[in-house]
Design a protein around this ligand. Structure first.
Ligand SMILES: CN1c2c(nc(N)[nH]c2=O)NC[C@@H]1CNc1ccc(C(=O)N[C@@H](CCC(=O)N[C@@H](CCC(=O)N[C@@H](CCC(=O)O)C(=O)O)C(=O)O)C(=O)O)cc1
Ligand SMILES: N[C@@H](CCS)C(=O)O
Ligand SMILES: [Zn+2]
Length: 770
């Protein structure tokens, strides 16, 4: 085989690298240390010791596995955006007066009487960051020395790191104006002051001998205004003019940089890290930019967000293609590896064929090193690795001809229900629910007893019958509690689910589950995204037994609970060998069968959750309609098979809904529950303005914080809701599931919610009925 060699192609400092690494610990050591610290079982010393051990093992592993440049400052106790807010003292007044760690965790989690910062999605991933609150009074200063301290800590181990921080523009664009900011204030107004402290930090790092710093600017893979692009250019021009600073590597990932590429190429930054896997147009964009000839381009050739093995031969070809257009290259992952599990080698139970197709974080590091070696020494030096990658890529996923036949037989009417007016009338007659119907979103607290029962089943300490009995007892308790509280539409509480996506994936063919494949979702909370590797189908009903049991316990309607196709895809690692639309329809067909079985079993209401609908929206408008089309089509395929009198609900959370209002409408659900508690009902006005005509349940209680809302607070939220939409079209519910809360928090909150709804019913009844 011919050998190609590009010996001078690689930047000597960067070579093989990754943009970031997981930090929760291969066995979730940080999660356990944090939760123990928060519960008061251990102190700061133990927490710091766990953190230091994790940092050390990450640096040593990355170095030992052959990276030329090891990323630094990627550790975080909770979130890297929060770290940056604290680093630059962007700490709102209400969190001051505590220790550094006390104030940090108060911002992350709140305290009694003190709500936390808002938590929101990190771009289109399932990671969540804390939203900094800024105001014209924010005075940035270097308040901690975290990046420097971690650089020194690694150096003492003999490892030189490249500190990684959110870039100044992305930091400001992710932040929000504090509630008391004057009208017209934009976080970008603070750029000059922020650049002063970035400059100060760069000078300190340079004095310490740091050679390269990575600034992450993923905000620029989305459509940006000319003003924002100008600010990007002037910010980096200013930082580059510093007399003493490390070389700057600006990373844009989760898409292509578009206009921002030219802007950055026009500044003095030494390097650009680009994502070459998320958007197939990225390569052409790079080769067309002549000013990259005097820059280092760190090519994100290994997908940092998915678990499939890289096509190494194609990656080497792409790198070679770039060579003529740039000064030199680095080889990297497309983004931080924060979004994938640590190590495939920890998995024992995976199907061997599926396993061969996979690469987790540790394997991706090896892939990066292999590509870099191919560029240095020629492809012949890595012939074995390339051949193994070819072989793995040749393996096909599970094929199900029956599913494929069903999909090709689909007609438009499979995705269409009769008009809403007709459905609403049928549902009113059947359900006889009051205005401002009270309900919850599905899950009740996952108690340690419930988790222990599941752990017992896995470990063989209890059998299937014992486990079913324990879950039924929990369902009965939850049903009785809801009756006692006075909720109108009940749920079974989802105790049997380890996770709303993983639970279904474990029961559908075409998915694989991992044992240790934990990925941080926020703070100490993790998920184990399933791997969607082949055609999806449902062998037998999944939820019917639990929902019918709950319904058998009560006369009130029980709402059955499923996870929708978009969310199943968003929170899984999904095959890339066919369009997402096709994969989504396969999942939708399985759900459609489940909905039909629930309806047949007598369930009158079925909720199909789509919390990830907004999350998956592509960052650039040019791709959004295509996504909305397949996402909506799949949801409708899952739900449109029911009778008029069967009420379909959906639930969305964690979102700024502005961009997906039309998509929410197009889902055609009879009732849509949305997060609204923290966005003070703005979403209702948006829906009303868009002509949304069906029922809505705006969240009136923020479940993301342990704080218990009182009746008056909920009444105020309801009053705002009733001002936007007629009471007959409003439902009253928390803004998300209750699984992460504890009973002492949710019981008084739900009682307050029911009381507030009853009072609001009185207020909004016609005068003659008051
Ligand atoms: C709604 N959200 C979800 C997202 N993504 C998902 N895939 N799922 C979601 O629900 N994205 C957006 C948001 C993010 N929110 C959350 C909320 C809560 C969590 C969370 O609580 N995660 C749990 C793990 C949940 C789980 O899988 N539990 C399993 C295993 C539990 C476990 O750790 N068991 C122990 C032993 C048991 C014991 O004795 O306690 C073990 O194995 O060591 C289960 O219940 O069986 C978390 O703890 O992090 C995540 C995202
Ligand atoms: N039914 C789920 C939705 C979470 S987004 C729950 O209640 O937890
Ligand atoms: Zn939710």
């Amino acid at each position: 085989m011919a050998t190609t060699q590009h010996s001078s192609a690689l930047n000597p400092d960067i070579g093989a690298t990754v943009l970031g690494y997981p930090r929760i610990g291969p066995r979730r050591e940080l999660k356990k240390a944090l939760e123990s610290y928060w519960s008061g079982h251990t102190g700061t010393d133990e927490l710091e010791a766990t953190a230091a051990a994790l940092r050390r093992s990450t640096w040593e592993t990355l170095y030992a596995n052959g990276l030329d440049s090891v990323p630094g400052n990627t550790f975080s106790f909770y979130d890297q955006v929060l770290d940056t807010a604290q680093l630059f003292d962007a700490v709102p007044e209400r969190y001051r007066g505590l220790s550094t760690l006390g104030s940090y965790f108060a911002m992350a989690r709140g305290r009694p009487g003190l709500s936390p910062l808002e938590l929101t999605k990190w771009f289109d991933t399932n990671y969540h960051y804390l939203v900094p609150e800024l105001s014209p009074d924010t005075r940035f200063r270097l308040a901690t020395a975290k990046p420097l301290a971690e650089y020194r800590e690694a150096r003492e181990l003999g490892i030189t790191t490249r500190p990684v921080l959110p870039g100044p523009l992305t930091f400001l664009l992710l932040a929000k104006p504090a509630a008391d900011s004057p009208a017209g204030f934009r976080t970008l107004d603070l750029l000059d002051g922020l650049l002063d402290v970035y400059a100060e930090l760069l000078e300190l790092l340079a004095a310490e001998g740091v050679a390269w710093v990575q600034f992450d600017e993923p905000a620029f893979v989305a459509d940006r205004t000319p003003e924002e692009l100008r600010a990007l250019g002037s910010a980096y021009t200013r930082l580059c003019a510093l007399p003493s600073r490390p070389s700057l590597l600006v990373a844009g990932y989760f898409g292509r940089l578009g206009d921002a590429l030219g802007v950055l190429a026009g500044t003095g930054v030494e390097g650009l890290a680009v994502d070459l896997v998320s958007d197939e147009r990225a390569l052409a964009e790079l080769t067309a930019e002549r000013r990259l000839r005097d820059k280092t381009v760190v090519a994100g050739l290994v997908d940092g967000r998915n678990v499939w093995r890289t096509d190494l031969r194609a990656a080497v070809r792409t790198a070679a293609c770039l060579l003529g257009s740039v000064r030199d290259l680095g080889v990297s992952t497309s983004c931080s590896l924060l979004h994938v599990p640590y190590d495939l080698d920890a998995e024992r139970g995976l199907d061997p064929v599926v396993r061969q197709r996979l690469a987790f974080a540790a394997q991706k590091v090896t892939e990066v090193v292999t590509i870099a070696r191919a560029l240095r020494e020629g492809t012949g030096a890595v012939a074995g690795e390339l051949a193994r990658a070819d072989q793995a890529r040749g393996l096909a996923g599970r094929r199900d001809d029956q599913v494929r036949a069903r999909l090709s037989a689909l007609r438009p009417e499979h995705r269409r229900r009769p008009g809403y007016a007709r459905r609403a009338a049928a549902q009113r007659d059947r359900l006889r629910l009051p205005a401002l119907t009270t309900t919850t979103i599905g899950s009740f607290p996952q108690t340690s007893e419930v988790r222990a029962a599941r752990a017992g089943l896995r470990a063989g300490r209890i059998d299937e019958a014992g486990y079913t009995a324990a879950m039924r007892a929990e369902i009965e308790r939850v049903v009785r509690l809801q009756e006692d509280i006075g909720l109108d539409v009940l749920v079974h509480g989802e105790p049997e689910r380890n996770d709303m996506v993983q639970y279904f994936a474990e029961r559908l063919d075409g998915f694989a589950a991992t044992e240790h494949g934990w990925v941080q979702s926020y703070g100490s909370r993790c998920v184990r995204p399933p791997i969607l590797h082949g055609d999806v189908s449902r062998a037998r009903p999944i939820t019917v037994g639990w929902s019918t049991y709950a319904q058998s316990l009560t006369d009130r309607p029980v709402k059955a609970m499923l996870t929708g196709p978009v969310t199943m895809l968003a929170w899984s690692f999904v095959r890339t060998d066919q369009p997402l639309a096709e994969t989504a329809d396969q999942v939708a067909l399985a759900l459609r069968d489940e909905v039909a079985d629930l309806e047949r079993a007598g369930l009158r209401i079925v909720q199909v959750d789509e919390p990830a609908l907004r999350e998956l929206l592509p960052p650039r408008q040019e791709r959004q309609q295509e996504y909305v089309d397949w996402g909506v089509a799949a949801f409708r395929l899952a739900t449109a098979g029911v009778a008029d009198a069967t009420q379909i609900h959906t639930h969305l959370c964690y979102s700024e809904f502005g961009d997906v209002i039309a998509a929410i409408d197009a889902l055609d659900a009879d009732v849509t529950s949305l997060e609204a508690a923290r966005s003070t009902m703005e979403v209702l006005h948006d829906l009303a303005a868009a002509g949304f005509s069906r029922a809505v349940g705006p969240g009136v209680y923020d479940i993301h914080s342990p704080r218990v809302p009182d009746r008056d607070e909920i009444r105020a939220a309801l009053a705002a809701a009733v001002a936007a939409l007629p009471a007959e079209r409003l439902w009253v519910n928390p803004d998300c599931g209750l699984k992460t809360r504890r009973y002492p928090e949710i019981e008084p909150a739900l009682r307050a919610l029911v009381e507030a709804a009853h009072a609001a019913r009185q207020d909004s009844a016609p005068p003659s009925l008051r």
